[in-house]
Design a protein around this ligand. Structure first.
Ligand SMILES: *Cc1c(COP(=O)(O)O)cnc(C)c1O
Length: 379
């Protein structure tokens, strides 16, 4: 079986985690700040706050942006449910902006039209979450210009996109956003088993997220509301969570980060091979936006004929193809909130034909040729 995604674990990764196991701290030790600093340096940004998943990083990012009851968060329907759920955790309402049928990313054109309508009825979003689908950046310049015009905050869901670039700069530097979130789940570009991280230029947002991931507690006397009784004092300033990343996870993430560049380069080699070997078939291959250097988390194709038949035949032949994504607004939970099929026709049309082919750094050249041969047989 060739899966659609799989982590690569080296002896160096194992040694890094083992070293933590033999050390004083399994959690709240030195490995987490070291990992945060390394990701921040990679992205060229001041602050990074690690969390125990991408989802919890999205949650504390929304809270830090003061998203709450009565507010709206807008995101793409072509994403994992977490991009929308983070608003629901805060008691905020969600709406969806349909996708650009070329990139499958949230469409800046649709966003513009929706903002005009929302302004007319006084229902502008507080936060917009562009998702860099498959690792390719959204049109962040256009989104940032709209944020300026309409006064919303921008939270990039870059769960697919660490190692990618936008207009020559690393994703995660927040040039066009307030906060960027990464996921380190094993299917993603680099892994810490479970884990996530938020980057920001804003020291106050970073401080708030760091506090929210640790019960809302601070040990910094500058943040305290009362004069501390002594050096043992901490204060719970607000209601937070235990969303801490462990040192085991951070050590694995740090070790993986050293190979991020190579992993993304290998993903590009494989994607280029799919492009050349599938280019003559009646398929739609991933569009390459010239503004973007994708991290190539996914290689999504659209088939012209019956998607179910192609999908099932590939699965039966031992290829762990997958589908990204079932449009979030069609999930039962979101339907109960009033959404229905037809609300985002472009995301639904894309979904109806989408298949993600296997793509991960350890996929061999021969493995890729097997996938190619199976696809060629079927379409
Ligand atoms: C994986 C993923 C998440 C959630 O990340 P976890 O680390 O699994 O919590 C959020 N958004 C997108 C787009 C993802 O792919």
């Amino acid at each position: 079986m060739i899966p659609y995604a799989r982590q690569t674990i080296t002896e160096g990764d194992i040694a890094a985690v083992t070293e933590v196991l033999r050390s004083e701290f399994l959690t709240q030790g030195p490995a987490v700040p070291r990992f945060e600093r390394a990701v921040a340096d990679y992205c060229g940004i001041a602050h990074a706050v690690a969390a125990n998943s991408g989802t919890s990083a999205l949650h504390i990012a929304c809270l830090a942006l003061d998203l709450g009851p009565g507010d709206w968060l807008w995101t793409s329907p072509n994403t994992f449910v977490a991009s929308a759920n983070c608003a629901r955790y805060c008691g905020a309402r969600v709406d969806f902006v349909d996708i650009d049928p070329r990139t499958y990313n949230l469409s800046a054109t649709d966003l513009t039209a929706k903002l005009e309508r929302a302004e007319a009825i006084g229902r502008l979003p507080k936060v917009v979450v562009p998702v860099h689908f498959a690792g390719q950046s959204c049109d962040m310049r256009a989104i940032a210009a709209l944020a300026e015009r309409y006064g919303f905050r921008v939270l990039e869901d870059a769960s697919h996109a660490i190692g990618g670039r936008y207009r020559g700069e690393p994703i995660g530097n927040c040039r066009y956003s307030d906060i960027t979130v990464f996921s380190f789940h094993p299917v993603k570009i680099i892994t810490s088993a479970e884990g996530g991280l938020a980057t920001t230029k804003d020291a106050a947002l970073a401080e708030r997220m760091a506090r929210l991931r640790n019960h809302g507690i601070t040990r910094d006397s500058a943040q305290m509301q009362n004069v501390p009784d002594g050096p043992w004092c901490y204060e719970q300033i607000e209601l937070g969570f235990n969303y801490r990343m462990t040192d085991l996870q951070a050590a694995l993430g740090y070790s993986q980060l050293q190979r991020l560049h190579d992993y993304v380069a290998r993903r590009h080699v494989l994607a280029d091979r799919y492009d050349t070997r599938l280019g003559d078939l009646p398929l739609r291959l991933p569009y390459r936006d010239p503004d973007s250097y994708s991290a190539f988390h996914l290689y999504p194709i659209q088939v012209r004929d019956d998607r179910r038949r192609v999908f099932q035949s590939l699965r039966q032949a031992g290829f762990g193809v997958n589908v990204h994504y079932i449009p979030v607004h069609t999930q039962p939970y979101y339907r109960r909130l009033g959404f229905q099929p037809g609300d985002c026709p472009k995301a639904e049309a894309y979904y109806a034909r989408a298949i993600s082919l296997p793509l991960f750094p350890d996929l061999s050249d021969e493995g890729l040729l097997e996938v190619v041969a199976a696809v060629r047989d079927l379409v």
